[in-house]
Design a protein around this ligand. Sequence first.
Ligand code: ASP
Length: 333
Amino acid sequence: MKNLSAIRFTLIIIAALHFSACSGRQDTGRQTHGETPSYVIAIHGGAGTLSRDRMTREQQDEYTSKLNEALEAGEDILRSGGTGLEAVRAAIMIMEDSPLFNAGKGAVFTNQLRVELDASVMDGKTRNAGAIAGVTDIKNPILGAIAVMENSPHVMMAGSGASTFAAEQELELVENSYFHTRRRLDAVKRQIDAEKQGTVGAVALDTHGNLAAGTSTGGMSNKRYGRIGDSPVIGAGTWACNTTCAVSATGHGEYFIRNVVSYDISALMEYSGMSLEEASNHVINNKLVEAGGTGGVVAVDRHGNVSMPFNTEGMYRGYIKSTGEKEILIFRD
Ligand code: ASP
């Protein structure tokens, strides 16, 4: 008898685990517009007070062309059968290497006038994830996050320990001054609001049907020592699950952590049967607004639908689908 109830208990646990989060019980909606794409990549370069009258035509072109370069690098990988994770890595590295964005080179300063970086990545097939937080010397933080996911038993590593691990992984380390730019220094000293955005992120659906997401940031300008935002927090700034969606967030991190924004979108699809568009709009334009949080996300579902809602004036964003559909936008067009 004892044995029988133990077996019954084990079966119940196995069933519960099978149907737990991201089980894929719900069909979360087919491709809503046109032909189903075999691959998709969507990226963001941060949300915030972006308006046409604050940006020159040249500045807009500069951003658009860098977003295009990142999208095309990701697309090249997806088109030749590479993984979503590889595409996310390539797109994010291009934006990390550009001084235009608040990630890697060009990241914002803390109140102690140094740069502290956060990044994370998630594989929707395995739901493996990796993150680094508060690092001061990993040239491409997204590579640190991927190394934590692939080559350590951990999900998140922080500060000097993360740097030691990155060195062991033979990732490139740099002086903190490598990340410094005049624009971000002026912004922190003069508290220029419009100069603080630029977190980067990417989500992808690959030709194998797998989803992936990644996010990289310098955090909030003028943040206090040791402050960690949502970007390296799995479920807040980054989430990927093959049966629902892949999400990368940008915005006021404290609100994204408290509202578990990226996972909430996935959970609404899974438990309420909402489409990607409904779920992401509800979280960004209702729940987050009610909570007082500003920002947005880029997201893709397993059918190749893309959603890029934000509740700020603008968000650097774009996507490319295998079908040839492509958009790169900055403002609320
Ligand atoms: N979410 C980032 C953070 O709070 C900042 C941003 O996306 O602008 O660290």
